[in-house]
Design a protein. Structure first.
Length: 356
């Protein structure tokens, strides 16, 4: 039973209820001398408390994505071996409808050989009368570390936040795609390493999956990214690495744009996969980047955004920055950046258009 599954949480709730019921039934029926009876009662109380704590811990973990698997929780191994990951190929992916209007699937990429969850939401205009031949722009939402695709729904107010902006005329009706950014539980800052090709998963396998199953605009003019924290680092990096796939990226409170030695220990690999290095090695690419943070965010200081914007001058890469006066490194702050970020993406990506 998966650590983050609904079945696991429901099982824990049932066990907690059973423990309480048994304690009530057996409280005055424990045989033996008084010390033994009181010892048994203390153990019953302890069992009730332990199961209740497990329920709360499982709910918090599912909401915040602190641990993605039992191996992640127990610290066993270094994540699932990519060659051992299983799942249906992109061509046989089956989407299941969620109660929140999203569609979800688990798929194994043919290029990266990695497998993970991908959640998709289509705007109301997608199913409107007469829109059956209309293709829509795509925005991939990249969660942070730790986190899961569901972090966008459970904490990030998506897709409702986008739907409201569309109703107000402040954003385009995007198809939202929420993939895992570290399938198998190993974070590489969305980079290809000798062991795991996560950049390939995000830039080839996930777009292939979405393009095969939904009416999307052609790459790159119809494809963008928006990410938070580690996902923001990826949203700034991937358009520079794959300008033929993504035209724009919105990075909300990105991790250090020069790379994180705690994630990629190899200095050469880390440098070549950093937005700061890629900026000077992307020539003639039609790419735009939106970088946002708050003046109070020490994890993503405004200084790095200003330095990046200066470095972008003369490269042809379009860079827009936003610094909010207050806010922490959390979804409360990031959701306040949505109107600016999604409004900017609406100017960078093509509008919905009839299929040729």
């Amino acid at each position: 039973m998966e650590l983050t599954s609904t079945a696991f949480l429901v099982t824990l709730i049932a066990v907690t209820a059973l423990a309480v019921l048994l304690a009530l039934l057996l409280w005055n029926r424990v045989p033996g001398p008084a010390p033994l009876r009181w010892t048994a009662r203390v153990l019953m109380i302890g069992l009730c408390q332990l199961t209740a704590i497990c329920v709360v811990a499982a709910w918090i973990n599912g909401s915040f994505g602190l641990y993605s698997s039992w191996d992640d929780l127990l610290g066993t191994g270094n994540g699932q071996d990519a060659s051992a990951m299983t799942g249906p190929p992109v061509g046989r992916a089956k989407f299941t409808q969620g109660g929140d209007g999203t569609l979800s699937t688990y798929v194994r990429g043919s290029h990266s050989k990695l497998a993970g969850q991908v959640i998709v939401w289509t705007p109301p205009a997608y199913d409107a009368p007469g829109a059956d031949r209309t293709r829509f722009p795509v925005v991939m939402l990249l969660h942070g570390y730790p986190g899961t695709p569901r972090s966008w729904m459970d904490l990030g107010s998506m897709p409702g936040a986008l739907a409201r902006l569309v109703q107000l005329g402040e954003a385009r009706p995007f198809i939202l795609v929420m993939p895992e950014i570290y399938p198998g539980g190993v974070n590489t800052d969305c980079s290809d390493t000798p062991q795991r090709k996560i950049a390939t998963w995000l830039a080839r396998d996930v777009p292939d999956l979405v393009a095969k199953n939904f009416r999307t605009l052609p790459e790159p003019k119809g494809w963008g990214l928006m990410g938070v924290s580690t996902g923001a680092f990826c949203a700034a990096k991937l358009p520079l690495q794959y300008p033929k796939v993504f035209r724009a990226g919105a990075a909300l409170d990105p991790d250090p744009l020069t790379g994180d030695a705690g994630v990629l220990a190899d200095p050469g690999l880390r440098e070549r996969n950093s937005p700061a290095w890629l900026l000077g090695h992307t020539k003639g690419a039609d790419v735009g980047l939106f970088l946002a943070t708050s003046a109070q965010d020490k994890e993503s200081p405004p200084r790095q955004l200003a330095e990046f914007a200066r470095a972008a001058q003369g490269t042809g890469v379009r860079v827009k920055t936003l610094v909010r006066p207050a806010g922490g490194h959390n979804f409360q702050t990031w959701s306040g950046m949505y109107p600016d970020a999604l409004g900017w993406l609406s100017t960078e990506l093509s509008p919905p258009a009839p299929a040729p």
